[in-house]
Design a protein around this ligand. Structure first.
Ligand SMILES: [Zn+2]
Length: 406
């Protein structure tokens, strides 16, 4: 909805701009008489309609804009907006009919055609007519090659159909025309698309090609964690354990908050190469670097538990719990360790005390862009389709919260 509103506001601005630029077209012959275009823009219905639009009261906006259109049914921008509002209200076929009718008007300028096509593309997309949406957005780009909305929609359609090559080509176009400030974000998205291409190569049994894609992804943005993970996996398949380890260890430098994703892989790989000491050292290093790191403590604890040292494990689990009392995985680990230790009453009491003020919640991963929540970390948001927007939400433990200023 927010995106559409932005689009509508942009449309209004552009169309008003067009109208100002062509002031001589203001007067138009209709039914044999001249009418003044300004009448519409000065009519209270038009202004009220726009106000309702901005405050998201769609039904009232439709009502007022329909009245404004009574003054001049040829006004393009009102027709466009009305169509968009029908779409927003779920009346997709009505929106499509309206926008299609607009397209049949003679004497539309190229920009006007592009905007109508864009609206039509959004209608089709909303109605689930992917092919027609694709045609409309392609037509917009033909008419207006720098149209970011159309390019973005084309990219998303390709992504939904897992046509990563095509999606990457379009993102490349977006990158080329984007202002300098947006380049890093574009590079990061290109890197994720490159990673998808690598995965595709893995599935097709082409490891060398996959390696090239993952390397390109990391060249574009070294913080593309899935590319690091996947590249290491390919190395492991090829028996290149040392290189795999180097790749996974790199994550703790490029994206320390995601380094836990490589823990299982590293533990196995270290075990294959040398003793387990190296894994213990890695976890210790991460805990020293970030005392809040509850995952490194949990993993290290599990490492000790698996090696028959539940007491040492439990200490680490308790420390982990202090830093994130809401992680179910920590509680499960504690219960397993307590079971092994025959529920020593002293340890059980300590556990109860530590959890006393904990509040549980689900779905700790949240999309920074649209606030979609997920139980697991996702690289692409299923709701807004943006790449790498998830952060882990954590409620501070009770004692930390008390220290925070009110
Ligand atoms: Zn999202």
């Amino acid at each position: 909805m927010t995106d559409t509103l932005v689009l509508i506001v942009a449309l209004v601005a552009v169309l008003i701009g067009l109208a100002v630029g062509k002031a001589w077209e203001r007067y138009k012959l209709q039914d044999g008489r001249w009418i003044d275009r300004r009448k519409i823009r000065e009519s209270p219905h038009y202004i009220l309609g726009l106000n309702f639009l901005v405050s998201n009261q769609i039904d009232l906006a439709i009502e007022e804009l329909t009245r404004a259109m009574g003054l001049d049914s040829t006004a393009l921008e009102i027709n466009l907006i009305l169509g968009n509002l029908y779409r927003e209200r779920g009346q997709v076929s009505k929106a499509i009919r309206l926008h299609q009718r607009l397209l049949q008007r003679p004497k539309l300028s190229t920009m006007e055609q592009a905007y109508v096509q864009l609206c039509l593309g959004l209608d089709y997309k909303r109605g689930g007519f992917v092919d027609r949406a694709f045609q409309s957005f392609s037509e917009v780009v033909r008419l207006d090659p720098g149209n970011q909305y159309a390019l973005l929609n084309l990219e998303k359609i390709h992504e939904e159909q897992q046509q990563w090559q095509e999606a990457r080509a379009i993102r490349q176009r977006i990158t080329n025309i984007a202002p300098a400030g947006e380049k890093p974000r574009d590079q990061a998205i290109l890197a994720f698309l490159e990673n998808e291409l690598g995965l595709q190569s893995v599935r097709n049994g082409a490891p060398e090609q996959a390696i090239r894609h993952f390397e390109t992804a990391l060249d574009l943005d070294s913080r593309t964690v899935p590319a690091s993970l996947n590249l290491g996996d390919v190395y492991m398949m090829q028996g290149r354990t040392t290189e795999a380890i180097a790749m996974w260890e790199q994550i703790s430098r490029t994206a320390p908050d995601r380094s836990y994703l490589a823990f299982d892989r590293l533990e196995r790989a270290y075990g294959r190469l040398e003793g387990p000491e190296r894994f213990v050292n890695l976890c210790r290093r991460l805990i020293d670097a970030n005392p809040q790191d509850w995952r490194a403590r949990l993993t290290l604890g599990q490492h000790f538990a698996n090696r028959g040292d539940p007491t040492r494990a439990l200490d680490l689990f308790f420390e982990s719990l202090v830093h994130n009392p809401h992680a179910l995985a920590v509680h499960q680990a504690i219960w397993r360790a307590l079971t092994t230790l025959d529920f020593d009453p002293i340890l059980v009491r300590r556990y109860v005390e530590l959890t006393h003020d904990a509040v549980f919640y689900l779905d700790p991963h949240v999309c920074m862009r649209c606030h979609y929540r997920s139980t697991e970390l996702l690289w692409q948001c299923p709701q807004c389709h943006e790449w790498n927007t998830f952060v882990e939400e954590r409620i501070a433990p009770a004692e930390e919260a008390e220290e925070a200023p009110a």
